[in-house]
Design a protein around this ligand. Structure first.
Ligand code: CA
Ligand code: CA
Ligand code: CA
Ligand code: CA
Length: 384
């Protein structure tokens, strides 16, 4: 039965990914119903076309497998722990060393580090210095990622996408299951929203607000997911962001359905794990989303949906963590991108991902959708 549900979900989740949505939002403190109708092209994406752009002052690197390491399993690492970094700290203004994937039982990812520094202009020199040690397998810059969506006529309340994809027929087959955990890696989510709350995952073995990682998954107080951007146990999407993305994508995946309010969702009856990868201070900008991916794996997600990413060549670090997710049988869904060209966008373009392009209500490719042989499916995601 479980397998059947998962198979069904493979079909459904991608569709919601690029679908338009109508979310009826009624905030408790307000006496009116605010209809938020968005057409999401939940595709990912980046302002760049072929040229990647990178986060200033960050590098990812992996220490070779044959170098003995005894480094604590935690996020922040002291520079003194890695002897060859001590020389670099004298030469450059290094700020921080982290092990972003500390929570994962993976030899490769336990050897992968993120180095933060303020000598932005010396980034290429720092890369060279790392390679010169002879102890580093690779060094790579951190891609800048973006969210993307296409708002539509705000009075458009028709959920045509559900009709288009024969959602009713799918629901006849299965209405999903609370046992299926779908991690939505995004700007967080309004998990108290009346049309989401009942479908939000609660970590059964985590005690709230005691500053202890009770379930020992590597993350403190992660009751309803985690915020890997602000590094806290609260993935709430703040109202100040106007719920720009994550609350909507979570609604598309798993709004409470058949409850006489709001919208119906393709997932219908699943457990949503909100994973927040943008800072409260900059809600529209993803920050190192692979840390969110890492959390989703640690939380035991069955499906991971990523509505963000970057154009480029596919980074080694990202590929390694994606391979780990795939090896655990996690269904990975990402968008083809929203530049309207044949640029690959990652993580969606990785082989392990179900990569989704966007079509309109006439089944024509959206002009904004990226396209190419790496696309696996198309689904509604554009205005009519
Ligand atoms: Ca925990
Ligand atoms: Ca706790
Ligand atoms: Ca937070
Ligand atoms: Ca509903």
């Amino acid at each position: 039965m479980f397998a059947k549900i998962v198979i069904n979900f493979k079909i459904n989740i991608p569709m919601r990914l690029v679908i338009s949505a109508a979310i009826s939002l009624r905030k408790k403190s307000k006496s009116f119903v605010l209809l938020l109708i968005y057409f999401f092209n939940i595709s990912i994406i980046f302002a760049q076309s072929n040229n990647e752009s990178f986060v200033k002052g960050q590098l990812l690197f992996k220490i070779k497998d044959n170098i003995p390491l005894n480094i604590p399993v935690q996020l922040e690492i002291n520079f003194n722990t890695i002897f060859f970094l001590q020389d670099l700290t004298k030469k450059y203004d290094l700020k921080k060393l982290t092990k972003p994937f500390y929570a994962l039982k993976s030899e490769i990812l336990q050897r992968t580090f993120c180095l933060e520094f303020s000598d932005y202009n010396n980034i290429d020199n720092i890369i060279q210095s790392l390679y010169k040690t002879g102890l580093v397998e690779y060094v790579e810059k951190v891609p800048i990622e973006t969210f993307d969506y296409t708002p539509n006529d705000p009075r458009f309340v028709d959920q045509w996408h559900l009709i288009k994809i024969n959602a009713e027929a799918a629901w006849t087959f299965s209405k999903g299951s609370k046992k299926i955990k779908v991690a939505v890696i995004d700007t967080g989510a309004d998990y108290d929203h009346f049309d989401l709350k009942a479908n939000i995952w609660t970590n059964p073995n985590e005690i709230p607000n005691n500053n202890i990682d009770d379930d020992k998954n590597g993350y403190v107080d992660d009751i309803h997911g985690y915020d890997t951007a602000d590094k806290d146990g609260d993935p709430l999407e703040l109202p100040t962001s106007n719920y720009i993305h994550g609350t909507h994508t979570a609604g598309l995946v798993g709004a409470v359905s058949d409850n006489s309010v709001g919208i119906a969702s393709i997932g219908y009856n699943v457990s949503i794990i909100p994973v927040k990868v943008s800072r409260d201070a900059t809600p529209g900008t993803p920050v190192n989303s692979y840390e969110g991916l890492s959390y989703a794996i640690a939380a035991g997600a069955d499906v991971i949906s990523m509505s963000l990413g970057s154009a480029g060549n596919g980074h080694v670090t990202y590929q390694n963590i994606v391979k780990l997710a795939a090896s655990k049988g996690i269904v990975l869904v990402g968008a083809a991108g929203n530049n309207g060209n044949t640029t690959k966008n990652y993580p969606g373009a990785f082989n392990e991902f179900i990569c989704i392009a966007s079509t309109d209500r006439y089944d024509v490719k959206a002009t904004t959708s990226c396209y190419g042989a790496w696309v696996d499916l198309c689904s509604p995601g554009f205005k009519f």
